[in-house]
Write a protein that binds this ligand. Sequence first.
Ligand code: ZN
Length: 200
Amino acid sequence: MAHLNSEQVKKRLADGNQRFVDGIALHHKFHPHRHKDIQDQAPFAIVLGCSDSRVPIETIFDQSFGDLFIIRIAGNIVAPSQMGSVEFAISKFKVSLIVVLGHSNCGAISATIDECISKTHLSGSLHSITNRIKPSILPLISLNLPNHKLMNKAVEVNIINSVKQLQDQSPIIKEAIENNKLKVVGANYSLKSGVVQFLT
Ligand SMILES: [Zn+2]
C-alpha cells in the first residue's frame, strides 16, 4: 500500500467506521488461508484503545489483518509500556496517525469517578490505572454535573489528556510531529450508535 498521510489515514478509518455503522463491512469473514500471505506487517495507523469487550477496534473501523497496530488498556491511558509500544511502532512502520480511542460508558472512567466521589477502595493494581485517569476527572467533580454529563465529559477529557501525553512526553513522537510525519488525534466511540467521532 502506498504511504498515506494523516488525513488519508483518518479518512480510511472514518470510511471503515461508516461501513460498519451501515452494516456493509468488508472485513467480516476471516479464514486462516486467506491471511497466510501476511509475512511482514505494515499497519497504516496506531490505535490506543480501551480493553472493553464492546469495542473491538478492527471491527468498528472495518479493517483487517496487518492494518492496525493496536494497544489496548482499560481507560486508554498512557503509561510507560503503552508509550513504549507506540514508539516501537513509530520507529518500525511508516505510520502517520495515532488515534486515542475512548468510548461511552467506559468502566475504567466510571470506576475512577466512583473513587473520586465516594472514596471507594480499589486494589493497588487497579490504582495504577485510575491514578492516571484521576487528573482528567478531578477538575470536573466540582462542576456538579448530572451523572451522564460528568461521564461523557470525563471520557472526552481523558481522551484529550492521553493525546497530549503522547504528543508531549516522548522525544520520538515529538520529533515525528515536528517533522510533519505524524499526528495524534482523539476519537470517541459510541456504544449506542457504533459511530466513531473524531475530536481533533
Ligand atoms: Zn473503557
